[in-house]
Design a protein around this ligand. Structure first.
Ligand code: GTP
Ligand code: ZN
Length: 379
């Protein structure tokens, strides 16, 4: 569903377009409708499904003119047994119009446990680059449920002018699709400071921010790694529950502190602390995933039932940070084959995998077993 994050996007995305996408994501999170223009020039008005109420759907229909439909990821439609695997997103239209309760229940596994789809629902595929696919991507970028209510506009003339007259933010699907690639490529160092750590006194923290002001990523540089040599490195995805609270549901806290200690023992290295909580789905969706897991599903199923892929992370930001720090070759501390493959695809030479395994704790066996059995992690 997502653009290939490693190719240089076909069209240069100027920073104004990045900022527009960022504003559209924030609007989605606030429950404001956004005008989304597909690459075919068609226009819709979109709303995050989490904010769908009978009033907001009625307003959407009055504004756009067309009947609102629900757009979900292909993955969610497959979970609902409404569609086979494939690309793009899937829209659901209901005869007589989709009600807000049905829209939310179709998108949110918490609201629908195995209940049959509403009668008469019509499912259709909408390919990448369409206004519907971009509306779903905006919700996903906003770390909301990856689904949007979309009302088509019978457009006469210029979409931007149409949106302006209605005081709606206008965003192009083209810019939404390539947002993550461009945001990663615009990362710039914005601050750095010496921060002696209990486990590694010779530590400096370097902060990187994308041009649109999106989430920062951090590099924790320990000692003075020699750029001429492969640097001992760890790509660590943010895990609020594991890293800060010592959650026993995962192994992140052990891996974070274990990596800092190991790099200190080795004398130097870098830990990239990446703003990709919940394997890229965000903390709120990760809590939703935990509730689904408490109902007996595993960590992969839970992501998919929410409409996400098993892993939504991208490693272009990590590669960009390593490049800017002067590290082109790494010895990567990981058990995750995806990280090895994806980092290499982003142009960083991974000369060695350094296993990064920690004992289970009575709560995270299932999680670690699933990562080994279904995600190929090497324990
Ligand atoms: N969606 C989801 N994310 C989870 C769950 N448990 C942990 N996570 C997230 O998974 C990520 C773990 O990241 P890492 O430890 O860096 O990477 P990894 O994929 O486990 O691979 P390693 O490099 O071998 O540690 C963090 O973002 C956690 O918040 C879960 O049950 N569901
Ligand atoms: Zn964790």
């Amino acid at each position: 569903m997502y653009a290939d994050l490693h190719s240089i996007p076909p069209h240069p995305l100027d920073e104004a377009a990045l900022r527009t996408v960022d504003r559209a994501v924030a609007a989605m999170r606030r429950g404001e409708p956004v005008a989304v223009e597909g690459t075919d020039g068609s226009l819709c008005v979109a709303l995050s499904v989490e904010m769908a109420t009978s009033d907001s759907l009625a307003r959407l229909k009055r504004t756009a003119g067309g009947e609102p439909v629900l757009a979900v990821t292909r993955r969610r439609a497959v979970v609902l047994n409404a569609m086979q695997e494939g690309t793009g997103v899937v829209t659901f239209a209901a005869p007589g119009g989709l009600c807000a309760d049905d829209a939310r229940a179709l998108a949110d596994p918490e609201l629908r446990r195995g209940v049959a789809l509403p009668a008469g629902l019509v499912a259709a595929v909408s390919e990448p680059g369409t206004r519907e696919a971009a509306a779903v991507e905006l919700a996903r970028l906003g770390r909301l449920l990856p689904a949007a209510v979309v009302a088509p506009v019978t457009l006469r003339g210029d979409g931007i002018a149409w949106a302006q007259r209605r005081d709606l933010l206008h965003v192009r699907a083209l810019d939404v699709t390539d947002y993550r690639t461009h945001a990663a490529r615009t990362l710039r160092r914005v601050a750095q400071a010496r921060v002696p750590l209990e486990l590694a006194e010779a530590t400096e923290i370097v902060a990187f921010r994308p041009a649109d002001g999106g989430p920062e990523h951090l590099a924790i540089v320990i000692g003075s790694p020699d750029p001429a040599e492969p640097v001992l490195a760890r790509l660590h995805s943010e895990c609020f529950t594991g890293d800060l609270l010592g959650s026993l549901r995962c192994d992140c806290g052990d891996q974070l502190r274990g990596a800092i200690a190991e790099i200190a023992r080795a004398g130097s290295g870098v830990l990239l602390y990446l703003a990709q909580e919940g394997r890229g789905i965000g903390l709120v969706n990760k809590l939703r995933a935990y509730r689904i897991q408490d109902a007996g599903f595993d960590t992969v199923d839970a992501n998919e039932m929410l409409g996400f892929e098993a892993d939504e992370r991208v490693y272009l930001p990590a590669a960009e940070m390593l490049r800017q720090l002067g590290f082109g070759r790494v010895r990567l501390m990981t058990n995750n084959p995806d990280k090895l493959r994806e980092l290499a695809r982003c142009g960083i030479e991974v000369v060695e995998r350094v296993p990064h395994v920690f004992p289970t704790n009575g709560h995270n066996e299932g999680y670690l077993r699933t990562k080994a059995e279904r995600s190929g992690h090497m324990f």
